[in-house]
Design a protein around this ligand. Structure first.
Ligand code: NAD
Ligand code: IPM
Ligand code: MN
Length: 369
């Protein structure tokens, strides 16, 4: 049987730096665990614009549709700020999500014991934290019509984006959240602004419908998203699975990142409906961006990107035990005090570069054999 296929789209800024560490880990799995992948690489974001004049070439889009999993680094950067909106690096990422129909973005926020002291919140607020944000990824205000900037008769301008959700778009992502909850703490908290937005009212009603008709055994609660942001910082351990829309999910997940210590720690899986082989179409991407302020300096934390590959092992390649091995290796390295700059607090530790962090994780993988 052919090896499972992976398309790597490292992108811009720290994307290629953190992805280099994932590549080492993929090679390790081939050499040491007899888990070989057919890996190909291509361009996305500014890197694609520089070569093709677009942030995602049609051929790259076609390849992404073919492979078992896409691994994405990050896109964007100040160099591309001047570009027309239609060819900005971020459009390449949004096209991948939309055309692959990756509607459920799983963003787990777990606080590793070794980092509980490091969070900007008190230790007992974050220690042992394990929550899962399920962000709708292919609709909402990111894609709704009408949109654009128009000039009115009096010469003033209007910027328009439209929050837009259909019954089915809400129901399918709600099912993803309930399914996950059943395998975790059996609780879903859905967040919207039903107090001010009609789309929020529909969201709440449809999530409740999926619950009542298909998952009555899962505990469901609803919260306004602004209160949700506050509760995430006040007492995040009250949550198990948080279900929310595209824009609120973007913001709430960056917020949740800081519960884990750093944005450089948060992985994600963007999943579509199951394909013929029973696996979902999938792209794995760290939650962070291209971090222009530290790009090219060997400072980036590769753990978010490596943990995203662990999610690929679990969700696309049916290798749950190997995913756990990788997560445990990361836990061990952190427990040993190994720290990239973003994780370095007053209590100190062994400072390492991006590449050294990757090497330490490989050492821990070796030790696990
Ligand atoms: P960012 O996530 O790139 O950076 C925010 C802050 O977090 C910066 O201080 C950065 O140094 C730090 N940081 C992020 N990842 C880190 C890591 N792995 N290790 C250590 N520190 C890390 O967000 P931004 O600065 O708002 O955006 C920069 C560019 O990235 C923009 O063009 C934006 O559109 C793009 N972006 C892309 C993605 C993506 O590709 N998925 C996500 C978010 C932002
Ligand atoms: C993310 C990013 C993206 C988003 C951008 C870069 C398109 O912030 O993945 O969190 O807004 O979804
Ligand atoms: Mn974001």
């Amino acid at each position: 049987m052919a090896n499972p296929s992976i398309l790597i789209l490292a992108g811009d800024g720290i994307g290629p730096e953190v992805m280099a560490e994932v590549k080492k880990i993929i090679t390790w799995y081939g050499d040491k665990r007899d888990l070989a992948f057919d890996v190909s690489e291509d361009l996305v974001g500014g890197a694609a614009y520089d070569v093709h004049g677009v942030p995602l070439a049609d051929e790259t889009m076609a390849k992404a549709q073919e492979v078992d999993a896409v691994l994405l680094g990050a896109v964007g950067g100040p160099k591309y700020d001047v570009l027309d909106f239609s060819v900005k690096p971020e459009r390449g990422l949004l096209r991948l999500r939309k055309e692959m129909d990756l509607f459920a973005n799983l963003r787990p926020a777990q606080c590793f014991d070794a980092l509980a002291d490091f969070s900007s919140l008190k230790k007992d607020v974050v220690a042992g934290l394990d929550i899962m944000i399920v962000r709708e990824l292919t609709s909402g205000v990111y894609f709704g019509q009408p949109r654009g900037i128009t000039t009115l008769e009096d010469g003033s301008r209007v910027g328009i984006n439209t929050q837009h959700y259909t019954t089915e778009e809400i129901r399918r992502v709600a099912r993803s959240a309930f399914e996950l909850a059943k395998r975790r703490g059996n609780k879903v908290c859905s967040m919207e602004k039903a107090n001010v937005m009609e789309s929020g009212i529909l969201w709440r009603e449809e999530v409740q419908w999926v619950h009542d008709n298909e998952y009555p055994e899962v505990e469901l609660s609803h919260m306004f998203a602004d209160n949700g942001a506050m509760q995430l910082v006040r007492w995040p351990k009250q949550f198990d699975v948080i279900l929310t829309d595209n824009l609120f999910g973007d913001i709430l997940s960056d917020c949740a990142a800081m519960l884990t210590g750093s944005l450089g720690m948060l992985p994600s899986a963007s999943l579509g409906a199951p394909m013929e082989n029973g696996r979902p179409k999938a792209m794995y991407e760290p939650v962070h961006g291209s971090a222009p302020d530290i790009a090219g300096q060997g400072k980036a934390n590769p753990i978010a990107c490596i943990l995203s590959f662990a999610m690929a092992l679990r969700f696309s390649f049916d290798q749950g035990e190997e995913a756990t091995r990788l997560e445990k290796a990361i836990e061990k390295v952190l427990a040993d005090g190994v720290r990239t700059a973003d994780l370095m607090g007053p209590e100190g530790g062994t400072p390492v570069s991006t590449a050294q962090m990757g090497d330490k994780i490989i050492e821990a993988l070796e030790a696990s054999l």
